[in-house]
Design a protein around this ligand. Structure first.
Ligand code: NAD
Length: 279
């Protein structure tokens, strides 16, 4: 079996085109404030991609590029100012943050309705309770991709490798909310293959190149590779793509799978935040 490719790039383009049509007829245009601290090159690239994507669909985005030495108090002051700015409907803080700034404090400071990354503890709590209001962009993109290809989630054995707050945990919760039976694996999981082998749906977000080999999956598995790893001058995922593709029924490529869906979901969350604020 050679897997069908889950073409995140194509699906994301369709979503963006739809959002562009929607924004064109909105009286109040959605506004996104994107904050970045420091000069991490990868973070800057992601931020620029998001900034450009906003412009393409008609979202007004403001970029706040702050020095690495910005204190937590200064950052929180800016967030509070943006919370009160009626032209801004979404606030995005690019991760990772410098060590002296506590992620939890930052996400807690963002107004719940402007938390387009879905990382505020109230939005996380809602997700946990099965009430998905604003959910993190990567997990939302993964679910949207599965739904687009009409891949059954209910009753399936879903395994998520990686348990971060941004990707692994919320993905596991979203799969659970759709009635999959979910296992959540992480670095301390003893025998990873014991979990991955029976998976019907396998989501891998570990940041470990080629962690998942063909021998670790069963025939017909659906594989979502979230990993982004720079190896030499190539970007590869967490899955040994060529070998696993021969066993899977569906698989996401890296790049061109989950990445573009994440950006599309950020745009969608911002448009929805704007519509909700007009209600
Ligand atoms: P993270 O470092 O915060 O978390 C990694 C998780 O994977 C942890 O729970 C850790 O315990 C687990 N893990 C690490 N190595 C493991 C191993 N060998 N076996 C089992 N579990 C292991 O990372 P993150 O922010 O969740 O990102 C994960 C990967 O996804 C990274 O490569 C990141 O670049 C990528 N990412 C991609 C997108 C996208 O849109 N495509 C978005 C966010 C993150």
């Amino acid at each position: 079996m050679t897997a069908e490719i889950l073409d995140g790039k194509k699906v994301a383009e369709e979503i963006r085109a739809g959002l562009k049509r929607e924004v064109a007829i909105m009286k109040q245009k959605p506004g996104l404030a994107a904050i970045i601290l420091g000069n991490d090159p990868a973070s800057r690239i992601y931020m620029n991609i998001k900034h450009k994507a906003c412009a393409e669909v008609g979202i007004q985005s403001e970029l706040y590029e702050l020095p690495e030495t910005t204190t937590e108090a200064e950052l929180l002051r800016l967030i509070r100012k943006l919370n009160n700015n009626t032209e801004i409907h979404g606030i995005l803080v690019q991760l990772p943050l410098p060590k002296h700034v506590k992620e939890q404090h930052v996400f807690a400071a963002i107004a719940v309705e402007k938390d387009v990354d879905g990382l505020n503890e109230r939005n996380m709590g809602r997700l946990m309770a099965g009430d998905e209001k604003i959910v993190p962009c990567t997990p939302k993109g993964i679910i949207r991709l599965l739904e687009h290809y009409r891949i059954k989630i209910e009753g399936q054995n879903a395994v998520v490798v990686g348990a971060s707050n941004v990707v692994g945990r919320p993905t596991a919760l979203m799969l659970l909310n759709r009635n999959a039976t979910v296992s959540l694996c992480h670095i301390k999981t003893g025998n990873l293959a014991e979990y991955t082998k029976p998976a019907d749906i396998l989501v891998v977000a570990a940041g470990s190149p080629c962690l998942i080999k063909a021998g670790m999956v069963k025939d017909g598995v659906v594989v979502i590779d979230v990993g982004i790893n720079r190896v030499g001058n190539k970007i590869i995922g967490d899955v040994d793509f060529e070998a696993v593709r021969e066993k899977a029924s569906y698989i996401t490529p890296v790049p061109g799978g989950v990445g573009p869906m994440t950006v599309a979901m950020l745009l969608e969350n911002t448009v929805e935040a704007c519509k909700n604020c007009a209600k």
